[in-house]
Write a protein that binds this ligand. Sequence first.
Ligand code: PGA
Length: 260
Amino acid sequence: MEVVIVQNSEQGSEIAANIIKSQLTKKSRSVLGLATGQTPLLLYKRLIEMNKSDEVNFSKVTTFNLDEYLGLSASNEDSYAYYMRENFFKSVNIDLDQAFLLDGMTTDVERECNEYEYKIKKCGGIDLQVLGLGREGHIGFNEPTSSLTSRTRLKTLTPQTMEDNKIYFKDATHRPFHVLTMGIGTIMESQHILLMAYGEAKAQAIVETVEGPITAMVPASILQMHNKVTVIVDEAAAAKLSKIDYYKWVYENKPHWQRP
Ligand code: PGA
């Protein structure tokens, strides 16, 4: 696990955008796993700029989003489909037929989830998965006690996640607590995982993810078992880590040829 400690989310998003750029330069038909929420917003903004200046090309890229609220249609402003369109897809040259999200309006959850898994496999699997981190250590919507080998399925949100996400809802009267999410096993099959976390509220989840024991109580801690994970954190999110100087030293001395 590589831990990159940055000054702020702007710097972190620049590094993350360059990792994605380098992935697309190596493989124009890359499959990206994408996240929503506050954390990746600046990353998307930076990628849009890079796309406009022809530094990155999304025309051959396939994307799979991590999760979606059950009961919200793609046109609902609170859905993640809407978020992705507004914050990223509508501003880059991506083929929208290759930008997949789980269907929040499905009437057959099991079939929807199985088909999502099948589509990911058929595209050759995810090359690079972007992740945010929940305050209680969730990745996607895999809440504490999620099976560490779980596949795409329905989950029920914790009260903490409901609370954390309520600021994003335009319609406060309809905040679904059932979601469809890629499983932890699904996420773990990605070739490279890029987790970002910014701010003090994420410090406990980060120390448990990076330095704690692997446990379903902190779903992100399973990333310790993955062979290529980049964790980008600002100083506030890194504050509880015990080996901050070591992580900085490693990153400063990273061989040139290993950098994106
Ligand atoms: P946030 O959410 O980016 O809005 O903090 C992260 C997550 O819940 O995974």
